[in-house]
Design a binder for this molecule. Structure first.
Ligand code: UGB
Length: 431
């Protein structure tokens, strides 16, 4: 909706007065006309000075979200119940937020496969191509997972979902992802990663029974930490991006809800997750697209020409980590919004323990695509990126049985196969 639409409708106010009207009346009309003209000009002024391009925080950071999702009604409730129905002995019923996202789709499918009840929730925003999210949704629908269209900031919707289904677990993956985009749209990070998280926890704390919650934190919380490999005991108070700061804030918020309300909370610090059905905003994904198009790619390097490297982690390994976290999550201890005893609070690294330079990532892609990349080496910009990540996963190994098995070469092979098939039917280079 245009901001100009906000101008109150004032029928008749601008109507031309007839000349034989009383002088005083004429003066008053002129005054009114002047007044409304000024109001009109004022609105135009406000519109331009509050437009997203000139404002650091967009007036409505959720503007890219589906604004008025339709939910409710008996058919809708039937679909919700059916999707969330547990079909295996000792299965769990899980609300998966961000289920049309990359990790959300894979986790939802894996839970469904083993007979758990799964209900998805996603706002289908256009941070990246929503048609990819729709394709993931279609994939999940075929496996019996229904995705409710809505935002985690919508308390009424969340309360309704808990009224219809007494979820035992929440897998909270809905978030504003991406390190570099935080400089473009900081408000969207606050909206999803802070306000959205708090809203979800508020509803969870009041639910009866309270669910156990597993949620996506990020390797980026290690920020400027230089001690490697990164251990959960290392400092995380030097975030290098607003994205990282909101994820770190999430970890502190989790502590609060665990402390006050007895919510069982497990945060998973994902390390640069990649694979089929991945996110087009991530380097491995758009490098593939650009290499195929013959477009140059920018490869960042750290100070003194040092390589920038990432502990790239394959999606199937991450999914196993997520399921391990759900399966070992203890029950929340509160009821009626009140804590009844101490509850579980955990944070785990989910990485691959094997950092690979971005230059090597590009070489692997060149071999798999059989196309030489046009490499444009440039200094790591000050955009929130950190030069290096490396996970110590011994804690996740001990507690969740987490053990990654896919190296970057094998994982990218699967990604490239999916990419070519999805975008070109395996025949020609992608658009
Ligand atoms: O682990 C995380 O917590 C995060 O992982 C991911 O962030 P990153 O590790 O930064 O992944 P990604 O953008 O793919 O850049 C990969 C590498 O390519 C380099 N890079 C990037 C762009 C470019 O043009 N050139 C380049 O060299 C770049 O410098 C980097 O070294 C998720 O996006 C994020 O949401 C969060 O989950």
């Amino acid at each position: 909706m245009s901001h100009l639409d906000d101008i109150p409708s004032t029928p008749g106010k601008f109507k031309m007065e007839k000349p034989y009207f009383h002088r005083i009346r004429w003066h008053s009309s002129l005054a009114k006309l002047t007044f409304w003209s000024l109001v009109f000009l004022g609105m135009i002024f406000i519109f331009f000075f509050r437009s997203p391009s000139s404002s650091p925080l967009p007036a409505d950071p959720s503007r890219r979200s589906l604004r008025t999702p339709s939910w409710g009604g008996s058919d809708w409730e039937k679909k919700v119940r059916s999707s969330a129905r547990v079909r295996s002995r000792n299965g769990i019923s899980v609300l998966v937020t961000g289920s049309a996202g990359f990790v959300g789709t894979h986790v939802s499918a894996a839970l469904k496969r083993r007979g758990d009840g799964v209900l998805g929730l996603d706002n289908f925003n256009d941070y990246y191509d929503p048609s990819l999210k729709r394709a993931r949704q279609a994939l999940l629908e075929r496996t019996g997972v229904f995705i409710v269209e809505g935002d985690i900031n919508d308390s009424a919707l969340l309360m309704k979902l808990f009224e219809v289904v007494p979820f035992t677990h929440v897998m909270h993956l809905a978030a504003q992802a991406g390190v570099r985009y935080a400089m473009e749209n900081p408000g969207s990070y606050v909206h999803s990663n802070i306000a959205g998280l708090v809203n979800l926890l508020e509803v969870c704390k009041s639910a009866n029974p309270q669910p156990a919650i597993v949620w996506a934190s990020s390797s980026s919380v290690y920020g400027l930490n230089t001690k490697v490999p990164f251990s959960e005991r290392d400092r995380t108070d030097q975030p290098a991006s607003l994205y990282a700061a909101t994820k770190k804030a999430g970890e502190e918020i989790a502590h609060t809800y665990n402390h006050i309300y007895g919510l069982s909370l497990t945060g998973l610090r994902f390390f640069t997750v990649y694979g089929p059905w991945g996110r087009p905003d991530m380097a491995y994904f758009f490098f593939t697209r650009d290499i195929l198009k013959g477009k140059p790619i920018s490869i960042f390097e750290a100070a003194n020409h040092a390589s920038v490297a990432r502990d790239f982690t394959y999606i199937d390994d991450i999914v196993r980590g997520c399921l391990g976290a759900l399966d070992t999550a203890e029950k929340s201890t509160g009821s009626g919004g009140k804590k009844r005893g101490p509850a579980q609070l955990r944070v785990f690294n989910l990485g691959n323990t094997s950092p690979v330079p971005v230059t090597e990532l590009v070489s692997i892609l060149e071999r798999l695509l059989k196309v030489k990349a046009k490499r444009n080496i440039m200094k790591l910009p000050r955009n929130g990126d950190v030069p290096y990540t490396h996970a110590n996963i011994s804690f996740a190994q001990a507690e969740l049985g987490y053990k990654p098995t896919t190296d970057l070469q094998a994982g990218l092979k699967k990604f490239v196969r999916w990419y070519l098939n999805y975008y070109t039917g395996g025949k020609k280079a992608a658009e």
